[in-house]
Design a protein. Structure first.
Length: 363
């Protein structure tokens, strides 16, 4: 059993890392970053609709990991876009796929998901957004890419998912100013209100039409959790590299601090936990891609473990770097804030543990 990435996957990681380093030096605007990113990824042949279908989701996970290595906020913004692509690939009919997929891959349109409400975070039973006839009404919060989204995957009552087109001129869709948050700055996040917005019938996905009434919700959440886990491992890998570089250069008491056992133990702990988070994330990605019966379990474990490890050990990377690590223009300070936000996205880790325990006990 080989648990290592193959040569093609390693090459993809390297291409993604080189790409994002160049992109971030040329990208002039945070508010338009995701639109520019998707277009440039498509031009670089790193995000296309003709990639190897046997490895398609794992490629997306590696792409997110590589981008998060430099900017976790931009990676999460892309992850939100990819979640909608994966959903359409899985559940869309021929008409829906032909209408949206090429435009999503090329960056002609940007997608987002709108699941959460003020009183319905993890508790989806409290959902108030609803369809009456062919009209959608409700208020959604924490919509990533909400400032420029052209296609919104909305979760409504009765586990109904709806693709909503947003032409940015329709008064039945209102978008708030961006929410100022702790981290993930380039993942522009807004509230969106739907005021009797007219729905396209072919864009309605009702869970009651499926054999498993929760299949729609489970798939989109599980896919998102694995992509979030990829954000976390990309973030932490960059953080430990920064800390090691500092430890090699910094001298105290006449020695490089990398020679101190206390520092070495911190580095060892980070590497151990990063390796375990990577393995769990890759297994979860493979399980999603192959429709493994335990995909939900691995997705929940990957998101919970990787986000916890990212938050705890980005703090240790700062500890190694001392006061340099808490300066505003230090990337470690940014990573620490980003990691905390990732820990809360797509249900808290406490909710992941509830799910993990439930699935394990059932089996």
């Amino acid at each position: 059993m080989n648990t290592f990435l193959n040569a093609a996957q390693i090459s993809l990681q390297e291409k993604c890392l080189n790409f994002i380093k160049t992109f971030l030096t040329e990208c002039p605007s945070d508010s338009q970053s995701i639109a520019m990113l998707v277009k440039d990824l498509n031009r670089a042949n790193l995000l296309t609709d003709n990639c190897d279908t046997n490895d398609a989701f794992i490629q997306k996970v590696l792409l997110i990991e590589g981008i998060a290595n430099q900017d976790p906020g931009l990676a999460y913004s892309l992850a939100s876009h990819l979640m909608v692509i994966e959903f359409i690939n899985k559940f869309g009919n021929k008409t829906v796929k032909e209408k949206y997929l090429n435009k999503l891959y090329s960056g002609e349109i940007i997608a987002s998901y709108a699941f959460h409400e003020i009183q319905a975070g993890s508790d989806l039973s409290a959902m108030q957004t609803s369809c009456i006839g062919n009209k959608l009404s409700g208020h959604k919060t924490w919509v990533v890419n909400g400032n420029l989204t052209d296609l919104i995957l909305v979760l409504a009552k009765n586990n109904t998912l709806i693709l909503i087109e947003n032409n940015h001129h329709d008064q039945s869709i209102e978008t708030s100013q961006p929410i100022l948050k702790l981290g993930l700055d380039k993942a522009i996040t807004c509230d969106i209100t739907f005021n009797s917005h007219e729905i396209i019938n072919e864009n309605i996905f009702n869970a009651k039409d499926l054999n498993n009434s929760n299949e729609l919700i489970n798939f989109i959440f599980d896919t998102g959790k694995v992509l979030i886990a990829a954000c976390c491992i990309g973030l932490l890998e960059s953080a430990i590299n920064e800390a090691i570089l500092f430890a090699r250069e910094r001298s105290q008491f006449g020695k490089k601090i990398s020679t101190f056992q206390a520092i070495q133990f911190k580095i060892a702990d980070i590497e151990i936990n990063l390796a375990s988070a990577k393995l769990l994330t890759y297994r979860a990605a493979w399980s999603i891609q192959t429709n493994h019966p335990e995909a939900r379990l691995y997705a929940a474990m990957a998101k919970s473990h990787a986000s916890l490890v990212a938050r705890c050990f980005s703090a240790e990377a700062i500890q190694i770097s001392g006061s340099k690590g808490i300066v505003k223009d230090c990337i470690l300070e940014k990573f620490y804030r980003d990691a905390k936000v990732l820990e809360l996205t797509l249900e808290t880790n406490e909710m992941q543990k509830n799910l993990i325990a439930s699935l394990v006990i059932q089996n």
